[in-house]
Write a protein that binds this ligand. Sequence first.
Ligand code: SF4
Length: 349
Amino acid sequence: GEPGTFKDRVILTERPKLLFEGMVIAAYAVGATEGILYVRHEYKYLQKHLESILQGARERNLLGKDIGGIKGFNFDIRIQFGAGAYVCGEESALIESAEGKRGEPRDRPPFPVEKGYLDYPTVVNNVETLCAVVKVMLNGGEWYRNFGTQDSTGTKLLSVSGDCKYPGVYEVEWGFSVYDILGMVGATPDVQAVQVGGPSGTLLAPVEFRRILGYEDLATGGSIIIFGKHRDLLKDVVLNFTEFFIDESCGSCSTCRIMPVVLRNKLLKILNGKGVIKDIDDMLEWAKVLKASRCGLGQTAANPIVSSIKNFRHLYEQRVRMDTDFDSGFNLAESVRDYIEASGRVIVE
Ligand code: SF4
């Protein structure tokens, strides 16, 4: 459900066998008998296609009883659709949803590998990871380690979108720089910013385009969104992403339920020309409260604001009032306008 991420949809559409093979290998490794492919409801149109692939696997004894002639290796896969909540990308919320409950993260411990789906030990992995397992089994771990960097081995699928000629899904080695990616996808020369890692990631300015994708630098799930100079970064990007987190909070923690709204209101105050310098620093300070949230959604909900202030502070400073250090942003006449109109009174300015 993360904006800018679509690589798994492409795998499910074009390479579903790879995923199911990865699940069978994982099941053999951990001794699982039941596998669930949890898919967001928006991809319901893929159900028939995926079910036919699963049926074909059963007919070839790649699913079911004594798989591949291995006595006692019994495993099958079913598909379950969720409602599309972003928080269900968090493994314990996904398990709650798969059990038919509200998709809400659990307190940990216990971790899913100890007590997960229906209290059974459960391994939750991403589509891309399970597909990589097949490549490793076919070619060996050494082969896979030849790709990438010392701290981030292998390859990564990127979902590239935004202001470029060739948006789409790319497989690259870890260690590619943002600059390399922009060249590969035909980004326009006037790139203003690149969002790496979706709304919970980092908004990079051009001076940082030599940074590399990898756990040692820019860890990412693979979403790359490119913004040209014609975009209003604060209104089109930062406000939009902050509202995304407000919509997607499950509401369980007060920090995650309230603070993104407070930050959004502060941002709107600045966008409406009522902000002062102190509002920028207040946002940085208040964002720290979100780190106390239970799951990654809340913990990263302020990232759009924090990373844009860090890398694009001048855009905020251009929009705040410099003639005063205080503006409450409260407009008395505007706030009582409905009452005045209903009562037929007149506002004396
Ligand atoms: S951080 Fe947000 S999404 Fe996560 S459990 Fe708390 S309220 Fe729910």
